[in-house]
Design a protein around this ligand. Structure first.
Ligand code: ADP
Length: 538
């Protein structure tokens, strides 16, 4: 394993090769069907083969092995620029434009793969500089060199020209930049060995950039999440395992040991690939989930804004409606009271309808205004301490006449000797009590309503309204205090209603730290509404 820490050339080739291999697989698994990934994958696989081949050639003692390595590394070297060119066309979306050039380069590549074993391509492998074996260029070698540089430079020019393409998103642009820098370094480093081949007295110092290439890629990974760190870590680990077993296989003392190590190697390769695939899958799923969550959060934000806008709209619209409604009600009432002189029975009837309808609208508008102040968080409370018994009595006085007019009985049960003091907003609480009693009247075709006020030992005051009306089904009960909820049977009995009253009531009671709930045995069985408040001492 001395090449891991051996001289600087061996070190650069080894790590350059490792990173090329890893980045090829990382990109491939990121999208195996995308042509740019296939291009990157292949050109990096060949770069890895080239670097390991070169490493083997310059370190081996055996000339036969050096010759074989030379052929392998050259085969690989032919395809590095070709697939890099393909990758560049794919990533810049200019394949159609340069298709013919690519075909031409492919034909040249095939030609070189055929002549790579000829003596006129590489004369021999000989010791040079500090290396054990390095190729010696034959007469045909210069054509290969020209091919190599033309293809690489062509690809880099296309890539450079496209660095600012507008259709490419921010992250992809960043990737493109790093890939551009990394590939410049890789090619500059790798191709410096051409000097040796041509016996030019320049040692391949710039091979250092071949080892910078992995540094750039690693930086991009860590800093800009170019590829996923977890995947890279898994791949590094598995690759190290493979290398370890491979070296053991090669260094085995006897064939039995070699065989067992070989089998182990194949098994780890299969398992390793499966593991990497799984990690990739998991990472992709997580990335997709993250993207979806982001989208959802954005949509949610948008919805909240729309909801706010709607609430504000309702608030403004309701305010605007209030003034003309007051005028309609006021004038209708003046007409009814005879302020404009004697009126006929028909006109009286019509005015009464105008007055009643305006009145209904006033309640509806008030409900909408209440809901929008609740939703905008602008509901104001003015708490005072008073006896709830007095409030309930006055509410009953107010409603009694109308309730009895429609043929219902209204009873009030309470121990008059006791006080039921609560700390509450008197107007808001009155609104709740009126709403509950009014509902009972609305949804009770015949029978009566019993209002009661009690106290229990836990210092709670309980206001209850029981009716003999249409009742509420078990399914509706849990939803009843939500916005715009009206039970099916409500519409049959009383068309009038917004489904907002109980929603507002619940909000008000919650603000009093109290409880409001309903009980009913079902449709046709009557209903009981309860409001529980904390008792306060004067
Ligand atoms: P609405 O304006 O429709 O009366 P509320 O929020 O006050 O709105 O009531 C919501 C629904 O609860 C009503 O539509 C009705 O279905 C049901 N409800 C309320 N009180 C009673 C009751 N005493 N008996 C039967 N159903 C009731």
């Amino acid at each position: 394993m001395h090449f891991l820490f051996g001289n600087y050339y061996q070190f650069s080739l080894f790590w350059g090769g490792v990173i090329a291999l890893i980045s090829s697989f990382a990109v491939y698994y990121d999208g195996p069907r995308e042509s740019e990934n296939i291009g990157w994958f292949l050109s990096n696989i060949f770069a890895a083969i080239w670097s390991f081949g070169y490493l083997n050639m310059i370190t081996t003692q055996d000339k036969e092995i050096a010759s074989l390595s030379n052929i392998i590394l050259h085969w690989a070297a032919i395809f590095i620029p070709l697939f890099y060119f393909f990758f560049t066309l794919a990533i810049t979306k200019s394949y159609e434009r340069y298709k013919k050039v690519f075909y031409f380069f492919s034909i040249l590549a095939i030609f070189f793969t055929v002549i790579v074993t000829l003596k006129s391509f590489v004369l021999d492998v000989v010791p040079k500089f500090i290396f054990n074996y390095v190729p010696d260029a034959g007469p045909l070698y210069k054509y290969f060199t020209a091919y190599f540089f033309i293809v690489v430079i062509y690809a880099l020019v296309i890539l450079y020209k496209n660095l600012d393409v507008t259709e490419i998103s921010g992250l992809d642009k960043l990737r493109l930049k790093y890939i551009f820098i990394a590939s410049m370094l890789g090619f500059a480093g790798g191709s410096s060995v051409f000097f040796l081949t041509f016996n030019i007295q320049i040692p391949p110092f710039s091979i250092v950039t071949f080892s910078l290439y992995p540094i750039v890629i690693t930086y991009a990974i860590l800093r800009h999440h170019l590829f996923n760190v977890r995947v890279i870590a898994t791949e590094l680990f598995i690759f190290a395992l493979w290398m370890f077993i491979l070296i053991r296989t090669l260094a085995a003392q006897n064939s039995q040991e070699q065989l067992s190590n070989g089998v182990l190697l194949i098994a780890t390769i299969v398992i390793g690939i499966l593991l990497i695939r799984n990690v990739w899958k998991e990472v992709r799923t997580r990335e997709e989930m993250e993207a979806l969550t982001e989208q959802l959060a954005a949509a949610n934000e948008k919805l909240k804004e729309l909801d706010q806008a709607k609430t504000e709209f309702i608030s403004i619209a309701s305010h605007q409606l209030r003034t003309p409604l007051t005028a309609i009600k006021g004038y209708a009432s003046l007409i009814l009271e005879g302020d404009y002189g004697e009126i006929s029975a028909d006109l009286k009837h019509a005015s009464q309808i105008i007055f009643d309808s305006a009145n209904t609208l006033v309640t509806v508008v008030a409900d909408y205004l209440n809901v929008s102040s609740i939703e905008l968080g602008k509901m104001k409370y003015d708490f005072t301490v008073f006896d709830l018994k007095d409030l309930v009595k006055s509410v009953i006085e107010e409603l009694k006449q109308n309730i009895e007019k429609i043929g219902l009985e209204l009873k009030f049960e309470c121990d008059v000797t006791k006080s039921y003091s609560v700390k509450a907003d008197l107007d808001k609480l009155k609104q709740v009590l009126v709403n509950i009693i009014d509902n009972s009247a609305k949804y009770t075709p015949k029978g009566g309503i019993t209002v009661s006020l009690t106290k229990n030992s836990q210092a709670k005051v309980l206001f209850a309204v029981k009716d003999t009306g249409i009742g509420i089904s078990k399914e509706t009960i849990p939803k009843l205090f939500a916005k715009f909820i009206r039970a099916k049977n409500a519409n049959e009995t009383n068309m009038r209603g917004t489904g907002l009253g109980l929603f507002i009531a619940k909000e008000i009671i919650n603000a009093h730290s109290g409880r409001i709930w309903v009980e009913s045995e079902g449709e046709g069985e009557g209903s009981q509404f309860y409001v529980e408040l904390n008792e306060t001492n004067f």
